[in-house]
Design a protein around this ligand. Structure first.
Ligand SMILES: [Zn+2]
Length: 518
């Protein structure tokens, strides 16, 4: 009996997982069997691999072939294991040398003619190979350029099984195999923000007036606070929400790779490292709960808007119009940063740590804030407001009323402050937060858990007085914790060591304590 071990990768959810493909070739009746939880698509791989090997002019062993896929607990699905299976059979039968196999992962679906096709979520797979310490990954050449920007791993693109075999036997020429290595030349115009030429990030400089909402967005960006805005149609709620990603600090390299991998699983093209700007997702209010939170079809996961907004902003315009299961389904990722998906036999979780921005009209007709403009019966206004449930709204720190800018503000020729200027203050505040929270798992003030907040992060005596006074008026201690978190963000923005009377009072304003919200 002769053996070979080859590394393959499957994508489960939005993460790649390494699969060891062990192939044993022994004397006996010609046959092939696969063990280790293969689903139907993997079982079909044996037929595809055999045809591809024949078409490529390599001999398929006329022996008994046993394939074991491990680890057992990893679900193996999709056609991405075709290539490691074919390579494993040829290596076990002595046709291919084993020297390069140990440090290489193989990924791709084989056509019956031996051509290599792209597998879903290639970028997520390449990241998994890199985390497993492998030095290179072989993928279909039509997808190699998309993943070439991943540092610390070589990406080899090949058009067919034949090319992969020539590469492994040392017969490959440069013309055969497109090799893209770490340190691949970056696209033009790349700076810390990514290639600006390909990406337009809406700027706060385009927003006239709106002093309080602008300030609220700055606080939201500095502390990672969720925001809800209420205002008549057309007052600029969407204009404001789309500016939040431009105020957030740039993503780290790892975060931007993670975002690009998620988008690659969703079938959206996203070059790794192409942008360091946090993603922005604005699903329509007719979106189903599956399109917001994620769906599973045939073992394949389609990430929802909540996951596509990971490390960025999820904006729900006309939030009360979203279906109830979609809105309630957001409570879990808001608390944990994950969506647990248990659908169609698939169980797992998808990352979804986003900043939520909700916008709502003040009533179904939208005219309630215009004197004499609203004709909605009080019951329907109440029903509309109650669609944003207490438990969901409890998680939203900042609650704003947005008014139409005055004519003077709209006609003003004085340039408004740009996103870049505000972002500098946001970054300085976050730097202070990081220093204070060093050694803890939390990265911004909005993430500090209640127990920690109450025991370690008290305001000064003046701030404590204001907070106690507000607690006497309201029984919702959870709301009071949110005020304290925002007060810390305001102290970080002001460069103060500890929030005082001024910061706590300002935080109460941001919490909507002085206005009747919806
Ligand atoms: Zn109305």
């Amino acid at each position: 009996m002769s053996l070979a071990t080859v590394s393959g990768i499957v994508v489960n959810g939005v993460r790649g997982e390494l699969v060891r493909v062990e192939v044993a070739v022994s004397d006996g009746l010609p046959s092939i069997g696969i063990v280790g939880l293969p689903d139907a698509s993997v079982s079909e791989a044996k037929s595809r691999a055999r045809c591809a090997v024949d078409s490529s002019g390599w001999p398929w062993p006329n022996k008994r072939i046993t394939v074991s896929l491990s680890p057992a607990e990893v679900r193996k699905h999709g056609a991405g294991l075709d290539l490691p299976l074919a390579v494993g059979v040829l290596a076990a039968s002595g046709e291919l040398p084993h020297t390069e196999l140990e440090a290489t992962a193989f990924l791709g679906e084989l056509g019956l003619d031996g051509k290599l096709h792209r597998a879903q979520g290639t970028l997520a797979a390449v990241l998994a190979a890199r985390s497993a310490g492998l030095r290179r990954v072989v993928v279909s050449s039509d997808v190699a350029a998309d993943v070439a920007g991943v540092p610390d791993i070589d990406v080899w693109g090949a058009a067919s099984l034949g090319q992969v075999c020539r590469l492994l036997t040392g017969q490959g020429s440069d013309a055969d195999v497109e090799s893209t290595t770490a340190g691949h030349p970056a696209p033009e115009h790349v700076d810390e923000e990514g290639p600006q030429v390909r990406l337009h990030v809406p700027d706060l400089a385009d927003v006239r007036g709106q002093a309080i909402p602008r300030w609220a967005l700055e606080v939201a960006a500095a502390g990672g606070h969720h925001v809800a805005m209420v205002g008549s149609p057309g007052v600029g709620k969407t204009l404001l929400a789309t500016r939040l990603p431009g105020l957030l600090p740039a993503l780290s390299e790892e975060e931007s790779l993670e975002v690009a991998a998620i988008h690659s699983v969703a079938g959206l093209s996203s070059m790794p490292g192409a942008t360091r700007r946090p993603p922005f997702q604005a699903p329509h209010h007719s979106a189903s709960s599956a399109s917001l939170l994620g769906a599973v079809h045939g073992g394949r996961v389609t990430p929802g808007s909540a996951t596509l907004a990971h490390h960025g902003v999820l904006f729900l315009d006309e939030a009360p119009e979203f279906c109830r299961p979609a809105l309630e389904g957001l409570r879990q990722p808001l608390e944990s940063g994950h969506v647990a998906l248990h659908r169609a036999g698939w169980r797992g979780s998808l990352p979804a740590r986003f900043q939520l921005v909700l916008a709502a009209n003040p009533c179904p007709c939208g005219m309630r804030m215009t004197p004499g403009g609203c004709s909605c019966p009080p019951m329907s206004v109440q029903r509309y407001a109650s669609r944003l449930s207490g438990p969901l709204m409890d998680r939203i720190d900042i609650r704003l009323t947005v008014q139409r800018p005055s004519d003077g503000e709209l006609q003003s020729t004085v340039p408004a402050e740009s996103s870049a200027v505000v972002r500098e203050r946001v970054e300085a505040a976050r730097e202070r937060t990081h220093r204070r929270l060093a050694g803890s798992p939390w990265r911004c003030n909005a993430q500090i858990p209640t127990g920690q907040l109450r025991s370690h992060w008290k305001p000064d005596s003046g701030g404590a007085e204001v907070l106690q006074e507000s607690e006497r008026r309201s029984t919702n201690l959870r709301g009071s914790d949110r005020v304290l978190r925002m007060a810390w963000t305001l102290a970080d923005l002001a460069g103060r060591d500890r929030p005082g009377r001024h910061e706590v009072t300002a935080a109460l304003t941001l919490r909507g304590a002085q206005t009747s919200w919806l």
